[in-house]
Design a protein around this ligand. Structure first.
Ligand code: CLF
Ligand code: SF4
Length: 490
């Protein structure tokens, strides 16, 4: 039987052939989970309506929906030790990259061009390159233009929070339903090790005083937004030895004030970026430390684990960035076609239902209470195992046990295949990145990388090519247990 395939690209940016889209023959079940692994059955309908196609606020949605950032906010009002102002805001983007800065009018033009080509587009965000609210007029003007032209798009902004209390009314008036605040501390003593200064009320503040003002403004802004029903995500940068032990207190404080999600992001402190932390030797957390910190916060922590620390001009699904295809000089004047978007939404609704049903069926076949196993997956989106091992630049990591399969993070890797040949250096880095993983599921893999993975204790399989991720991961594990009669190593 042919596998069920929904090739996103076939209805997305590059092709329009409906024949390329094959659907499951039978419709099955209900959908999904959110960024904090909470699904529609656990949420008020109004909240689910807000997050179900937001790729950051719903983990499930990140398989299907795209976001784009418009870089309309060049200035910043604080200094973070992990930021070099030559680059983009590191609170929501990788340092070391520079965006093409846009006027609000250029931003609206770009959004229209992307929406015309990318039916997956559901969110427009302002996440830099400085702070969205240190450039409030430019940010709000861009949002107003986008909302007037394409009212179906969700509006999303990210801020360090310093100017937030002054802007809550405008946020609510424009209909911005999703706001991210970067909160790295709720104790100014901790903050003083992260923020050397802020600029507030026409003067510069330093040290503990700066940190205290920032903290009070962040909490006041969070409270004001949640009181108005705006969904707030909190980002925290995990800085080993500075705030790692403190993040449990941050999580408790922001949850108590109604934050919807907490996204703990690893510090990036490459000395080449020239940040204070990078130059002073402040180390980054390992993938294991990040996961351990997240796990320590417990099941109620409402964590986002699928963040990709994207650029301030990112475009596309979270695991990809096709922003380079939409620079100002490449925009064309195609107009948005709502029928294409509707068609895409109907595909996604069907896929979500199918995927959930397949997962439930696979889970029912699992009977033994087995210990957890980590499984890596190569996916281009759509919730399916649909990427060649050698083309992957990241692997999705699922934890699988007798309760099911849960997304727990992603691991970045260098692409193994180049010019038709395998890259040994990339393979060595991939093996290191996949530490702790028992199996790797992909659409295709050659013998040589399969053997290298096997030698490292990782079973690679392309037997589940183009199938749903969770159902396949559960099935792989059940078969492994049945054949070995013992637990696969976690
Ligand atoms: Fe952009 Fe941020 Fe809105 Fe998402 S990103 S402003 S909430 S639309 Fe998402 Fe990117 Fe992570 Fe941000 S993956 S860096 S969390
Ligand atoms: Fe840099 Fe963003 Fe911090 Fe401003 S808020 S200093 S742009 S990381």
């Amino acid at each position: 039987m042919a596998p069920n395939i929904v090739a996103l690209s076939s209805i997305g940016r590059f092709k329009t052939s409906r024949a390329a889209v094959r659907f499951a023959a039978d419709s099955r079940g209900d959908a999904t989970s959110c960024g904090s692994a909470v699904g529609p059955k656990d949420l008020p309908q109004a909240v689910w309506d807000k997050i179900q196609d937001h790729p950051c606020y719903s983990e499930d949605a990140h398989h299907y929906f795209a976001r784009m950032h418009v870089a309309v906010a060049p200035a910043c009002n604080i200094q973070c030790h992990y930021c070099n102002r030559k680059f983009d805001c590191s609170n929501e983007s990788r340092p070391g990259v520079v965006s093409e800065k846009l006027t609000p009018e250029q931003a609206a033009e770009k959004v229209m061009a992307v929406a015309a080509k990318v039916p997956q587009l559901s969110v427009v965000g302002v996440a830099g390159p400085g702070d969205a609210l240190a450039n409030a007029d430019r940010t709000f003007r861009a949002f107003e233009l986008v909302a007037a032209a394409l009212p179906h798009l969700k509006l999303c902004l990210s801020t360090n929070g310093l100017a937030l209390p002054d802007n809550v009314d405008r946020i609510a008036a424009i209909g911005i339903d999703h706001v991210t605040i970067t909160i790295n501390m709720v104790d100014p003593e901790v903050g003083a090790r992260i923020y050397p200064w802020i600029f507030f009320r026409h003067r510069r503040w330093e040290g503990l005083e700066a940190s205290r003002i920032l903290h009070e403004r962040q909490i006041a802004g969070l409270e004001a937004l949640t009181a108005r029903g705006v969904l707030v995500k909190v980002n925290s940068v995990l800085i080993p030895g500075v705030n790692d032990e403190h993040l449990a207190a941050v999580n408790a404080a922001v949850r108590a004030r109604g934050a919807f999600l907490h996204n703990i992001m690893p510090l990036i402190s490459d000395p080449a970026h020239g940040t204070n932390f990078g130059l002073s030797g402040q180390r980054e957390p390992t993938a294991e430390e990040l996961r351990a910190t997240q796990d320590r916060l417990g099941a109620d922590a409402r964590l986002m684990r699928h963040c990709r620390q994207c650029r301030a001009d990112a475009v596309g699904l979270l695991g990809e960035d096709c922003g380079a295809e939409f620079t100002l000089d490449k925009l064309d004047a195609k107009s948005f076609d709502p029928r294409r978007r509707e068609m895409y939404l109907s595909v996604v609704a069907r896929e979500r239902a199918d995927r959930q049903k397949a997962m439930e069926a696979a889970q029912m076949a699992t009977t033994k209470p087995e210990p957890a196993t980590l499984i890596a997956v190569a996916s281009k989106g759509g919730g399916r195992i649909n990427q060649h091992f050698g083309h992957a630049t990241e692997f999705l990591i699922y934890e699988v046990d007798s309760r099911g399969a849960r997304f727990v993070g992603h691991r970045r890797v260098d692409r193994y295949c180049g010019d038709g040949r395998g890259d040994d250096a990339a393979m060595a880095a991939t093996l290191a990145a996949l530490e702790g993983v028992s199996a790797l599921l992909c659409a295709k893999i050659g013998e040589r990388p399969r053997e290298r993975l096997a030698a490292a204790g990782i079973t690679a399989s392309d037997a589940y090519a183009f199938e749903y991720i969770e159902a396949s991961a559960i099935a792989w594990r059940s078969i492994r247990f049945a054949s070995s009669g013992r637990a696969a190593s976690a």
